[in-house]
Design a protein around this ligand. Structure first.
Ligand code: F6P
Length: 342
């Protein structure tokens, strides 16, 4: 049996650990062979493949990124996308396809499996942790650790100059990275997309922090918006690939804080550093377990299925369950953390 593997969407620490687990168990226990598709859905669309065997996965467990490459190509938005994928799979004699991705990549996999009978198995990945049906996605823990370390460092420079430090973190439309790293890093305000923020209230927290002779740290998720959202939204544009550029709120907020409180403020946008480099031990553990279970789904011909973490167990869920809606931060959880603000 020949199994195809692809990684789609934004890269994320742990992708190589999944690929390694799939290939090692698939070859050693089930005698399968593998084809790697390059750059997400672009690979099967264009028949662009890469060798994927035991030597190809040797030494990749701690490596960030993905040996298969990634892209945001969407075959449902590409002319003749579905027939082209079918044709590639048939020509290469690939009878199962493991798709490792986030909302977009898995959304395609779910539809290909459910509506077109393409034998897909899904593995959830994203640093944003916003996929429903799984408690955690790998990549998130690493991103939170990187952001937390940055916040720790920013505390000391903020204190030395008695400045406000605004730290903008990733997460797209979800505030998980902001919430977890802000809490772990002892931030004085955490602003998330799920709840619009009141700039005056943030300024009050900043002022009260200065009164107590501390320099405030404000963690803002890239998707967060003030109550008067237009101020930031007008700065958000589409890039040449049609993706919304979310960053900008941190810079905007620092200027507002300076204007309204008279305190000096600086912004640090952490950006892609949160996605790069070696995965944490937890992410390697989770990614490896996902890979081992994904190849079992193939063995069982359990297609249209995604592996997911529930508590400490890896379970199987319909891919559509994970992509039907985003998993966002619960207001009660956000309120619980609010006790530390100011
Ligand atoms: O979904 C992962 C993510 O890193 C988001 O947190 C961020 O908004 C987006 O991808 C950035 O995308 P790109 O790498 O295309 O700039």
């Amino acid at each position: 049996m020949r199994v195809g593997v692809l990684t789609g969407g934004g890269d994320c620490p742990g992708l190589n650990a999944v690929i390694r687990a799939i290939v090692r168990k698939g070859v050693q226990e089930y005698g399968y062979d593998f084809v790697g598709f390059r750059d997400g859905w672009r690979g099967p669309l264009e028949g662009d493949t890469v060798r994927l065997d035991i030597p190809a996965v040797r030494g990749i467990l701690p490596r960030g990124g993905t040996i298969l490459g990634s892209s945001r190509t969407n075959p449902l938005k590409t002319g003749n996308g579905i027939p082209r994928i079918r044709q590639t799979l048939a020509e290469l004699d690939v009878t199962a396809l493991i798709t490792i991705g986030g909302e977009d990549t898995l959304g395609v996999a779910g539809r290909l499996a459910d509506e077109h009978g393409v034998p897909c198995v899904g593995v959830p990945k994203t640093i944003d942790n916003d996929l429903s049906a799984t408690d955690y996605t790998f990549g998130f823990d690493t991103a939170v650790s990187i952001a937390t370390e940055a916040i720790d460092r920013l505390h000391t420079t903020a204190e030395s100059h008695m400045r406000v430090l605004v730290v903008e973190v990733m997460g797209r439309h979800a505030g998980w990275i902001a919430l977890h790293s802000g809490l772990a890093g002892g931030a004085n305000a955490i602003l998330i997309p799920e709840q619009r923020f009141d700039v005056d209230r943030v300024c009050d927290w900043v002022t009260s922090r200065f009164r107590a002779s501390y320099a405030p740290i404000v963690v803002v998720a890239e998707g967060a918006m003030p109550e008067d959202g237009d101020m930031v939204l007008k700065d958000r544009s589409l890039d040449s690939f049609g993706h919304v550029r979310l960053s900008g709120v941190g810079e905007w907020l620092a200027k507002e804080i300076e204007k309204r409180t008279g305190n000096e403020a600086r912004t640090t946008v952490l950006g892609h550093v949160q996605r790069g480099g070696t995965p944490s031990a937890f992410d390697r553990w989770l990614a490896t377990r996902f890979g081992l279970h994904a190849i079992d789904c193939v063995r069982d011909a359990d297609f249209g299925t995604m592996v997911a973490l529930r508590g400490t167990d890896i379970v199987r869920v319909p891919i559509a369950e994970a992509t039907a809606r985003l998993k966002t931060v619960d207001p009660e959880l956000y309120d619980e953390v609010g006790v530390f603000f100011g």
